[in-house]
Write a protein that binds this ligand. Structure first.
Ligand code: TXA
Ligand code: MG
Length: 339
């Protein structure tokens, strides 16, 4: 079981006002809310602990990148770099069921965990008045996957959310039934051509009317790979050694629990709290990679992390970061490939 305490039962309140939902989000709570597509399970995207709580509540075995929700396009484009095409698509389809994947700005305050450590971020402005009111009052981006447990059906009513996540989240904002019941279309704008990552209510034809022909996914005919599934989409440049009791002299150390000695150490959680460790994982890998390279170290050693609860997702991510690098593509590298 998860030892973090965040798995402890919660009293799930039913809220009617955007005000209360926003206050709970600002306080780090987990709040489900309706959108025009499905109910999302929201958390303050700038608070890594709150974002880690989403994965705990959903029982997600992996850290998939999440969509950040904003009340306006202007708010979204303060955190990602909008190309002229992104501006045209936002003009045409926002608010609405289109998610755009764009490069994070250097000063983007969204927790790395929300984007699974990627240099890009998925953003959207939902076409739902109560949701936008809540987002505007929250005054910060809200990361929200669909509000169901991993492997279950996406919820389109508050009652579905309560049946699935009641006792695991802090509140549901009663937002009525969702009109569409299908998740948003996801379009990747980080490459030379836009690529449809997830089909949805906004069709390829509607997108092409504005964007021109879309690019092909990496492997022709293959279903688009979710970036969370690519073996080394985020891997530190320094080699990573797993399940290390202690670092060698020429290694940095990703610690979990008390760590003795000097050297370059990033502590995931001194108290061995898995939610805290999840919240700090990507920060730690980035920091050790940069500092380790600066100091001329040969690699990073990672302490063992127990398998239960969020430990499964943490270990999955560590294993990917330690995996042998994908060989360089032979020719014409697919533009959508995210490194
Ligand atoms: O309609 C929706 O989009 C709902 C409501 C709540 O807004 N949300 C939703 O979120 O479906 P989620 O987490 O279930 O789906 C996120 C999708 C995944 O397919 C994920 O791979 C993709 O967006 N995604 C997120 N960030 C990405 C990134 N940086 N690069 C590529 N794909 C990304
Ligand atoms: Mg989902």
């Amino acid at each position: 079981m998860d030892q973090s305490g965040s798995d402890a039962p919660r009293v799930t309140r039913r809220l009617a006002s955007a005000d209360e939902a926003a206050a709970l989000l600002r306080a780090g709570g987990l709040v489900a809310f309706g959108t025009e597509t499905v109910y999302g399970l929201g958390a303050d995207a700038t608070n890594p602990r709150a974002v880690a709580g989403i994965y705990t509540a959903k029982g997600r075995p992996r850290f998939n990148p999440l969509i950040c929700h904003y009340p306006t396009a202007a708010a979204a484009f303060r955190h990602v770099r909008a190309s002229p095409l992104a501006l045209r698509l936002a003009e045409a389809f926002w608010p609405g069921p289109l998610t755009l994947v764009l490069p994070r700005r250097a000063d983007c305050p969204v927790a790395l965990l929300a984007g699974a450590g990627l240099p890009s971020l998925a953003v959207r402005v939902p076409a739902h008045d109560l949701a936008r009111e809540m987002l505007s009052l929250a005054g910060r981006p809200v990361a929200a996957p669909s509000a169901n447990r991993s492997g279950r059906v996406s919820p389109t009513r508050a009652a579905h959310v309560l049946a699935d996540l009641g006792g695991r989240i802090d509140a549901v904002l009663e937002s009525g039934p969702c009109g569409m019941g299908l998740e948003s279309t996801v379009l990747d704008l980080t490459g030379a051509l836009p690529v449809l990552l997830r089909p949805g209510f906004i069709t390829r034809a509607a997108l092409e009317a504005i964007a021109g022909p879309l690019g092909e996914a990496a492997a022709p005919g293959a279903a688009p790979a979710s970036p969370g599934m690519l073996a080394s989409h985020y891997a530190p440049r320094l080699p990573l050694r797993l399940n290390a009791a202690r670092p060698r002299l020429d290694e940095a150390f990703l610690a979990f629990g008390p760590a003795k000695g000097g050297g370059l150490i990033f502590q995931l959680s001194a108290a061995r709290d898995l939610t805290e460790a999840a919240a700090r994982l990507f920060e730690g890998l980035h920091w050790l990679d940069a500092e380790g390279a600066r100091l001329g170290l040969a690699g990073i050693a990672a302490a063992p992390v127990p398998a239960g609860g969020l430990g499964e997702a943490i270990n999955d991510r560590l294993a990917r970061a330690a995996a042998p690098r994908e060989p360089p593509p032979l020719a014409n590298p697919p533009s959508r490939h995210i490194e």
